[in-house]
Design a protein around this ligand. Structure first.
Ligand code: ACO
Length: 343
């Protein structure tokens, strides 16, 4: 008898702007230095898309197209597109609509999902439910953020942290045991002010004053967020492991949101995980918000095998946090362009 269908990740893709912003360059822009940034965050460089005429959808279309072509799936076969982002091209239409047009996904509907650095985790869970419900067969989840568009490059407390990127996963049904097994998701809005962008919405519509007061940039009380981020991510990862009777030995990789290497190290210690089983690429890309987790999956794809147990964990503005336990669905780098495999 077939097991019930689970949503499994069947392809991954990414887009990174070419331009690098190094710690040395930032040291010329604000009062900071390479040593502080490396030791306090783990970041060495990040990518930035300075072009004014290119926005989040530009990156999202390319990441989505990469995932689809690796699977050998024409875009018109997609059912749903979910774009997790806090830097949509505009308030409306949804970035997902621009991505639908950009990909030529003529049969898909879609929407944006806003949950800051937990955006990808929330979107993955949402997409998985659409597949498990049986109504949809192919859902594209894209985490994409042009963080440089809301970063104040005169504020050393935030400008060293963020980068631009997009990454995507394709979800399809798997009836043979692989896919998303369990999730634990949370939000708590009581302390929203410690990580937010105050201007531009219906509370503070754009005016000369909101611009003058720098309300269109990320505001973060770093130390306060750090404490709750460590606790939130570690607790939720422990919760999902306990619930599924997993030990550190069982987990092939932790896939953590990349906000700070010190947060990731603390979560891995709590999970009793060897550092070589923690995906970490913050040194190259910084915090790309909704893109960090699929970017890791893309970069570690060659090491993954069917049945590998992964724990994804995130913490972000809101606050929002969560963890997903999944079993990987395929071996090594999926690339229909070179191995001729079609969907
Ligand atoms: N270069 C040099 N000095 C700096 C810099 C910098 N770039 N930034 C801050 N400092 C200084 C501060 O001014 C402060 O100096 P003071 O003691 O004289 O006042 C000192 O360094 C320590 O500042 P803290 O803010 O306490 O530094 P901390 O060690 O906490 O590191 C950081 C700051 C990296 C932001 C950290 O707190 C952090 O990672 N927080 C959590 C981030 C996170 O997880 N966010 C959630 C996801 S993001 C999202 O959802 C969009």
């Amino acid at each position: 008898m077939l097991s019930p269908a689970r949503a499994a990740i069947t392809s991954v893709g990414r887009f990174l702007p070419e331009e690098r912003l190094t710690n040395a360059q930032l040291s010329e822009m604000v009062d900071t230095n390479d040593e502080w940034i490396r030791t306090r965050t783990g970041i060495i460089e990040r990518r930035v898309m300075w072009d004014q005429d290119k926005a989040t959808s530009y990156m999202a279309v390319r990441a989505g197209a990469d995932a689809l072509s690796k699977r050998g799936l024409p875009a018109d076969q997609l059912d749903v597109i979910i774009v997790a982002t806090v830097t949509p091209d505009m308030f409306f239409p949804a970035t997902a609509c621009l991505v639908q047009a950009g990909l030529g996904a003529t049969g898909a509907w879609g929407f944006d999902l806003s949950a800051a650095c937990s955006g990808f985790v929330f979107a993955l869970n949402t997409g998985a439910s659409l597949i498990a419900g049986g109504a949809y067969k192919r859902v594209l989840i894209i985490g994409a953020d042009k963080m440089s568009s809301i970063t104040d490059y005169t504020d050393r407390k935030t400008c060293v942290l963020f980068g631009d990127a997009a990454a995507a996963v394709l979800l399809e049904a798997d009836t043979d045991g692989a896919g998303i097994v369990d999730s634990a998701l949370y939000c708590d809005g009581r302390n929203w002010e410690s990580l937010c962008m105050l201007g531009g919405g219906s509370l503070n519509p754009p005016t000369a004053r909101t611009v003058e007061d720098k309300m269109h940039y990320i505001h973060q009380e770093g130390r306060a967020v750090f404490k709750v981020a460590v606790r939130g991510m570690a607790d939720v990862a422990a919760e999902i492991m306990e619930r599924n009777s997993l030990t550190g030995e069982d987990v092939r990789f932790l896939v953590p949101h990349q906000a700070n290497k010190r947060i990731i190290d603390a979560v891995a210690r709590r999970m009793d995980l060897d550092p070589n089983r923690v995906m970490l690429n913050i040194e190259r890309y910084g915090n790309t918000t909704a893109a960090t987790i699929p970017l890791c999956l893309n970069d570690w794809e060659h090491q993954l095998r069917r049945g590998d147990k992964l724990i994804i964990a995130s913490f972000g503005g809101g606050f929002t946090w969560g963890a997903i336990y999944l079993k990987w669905a395929y071996d090594g780098v999926r690339d229909a362009r070179t191995d001729g495999e079609a969907a």
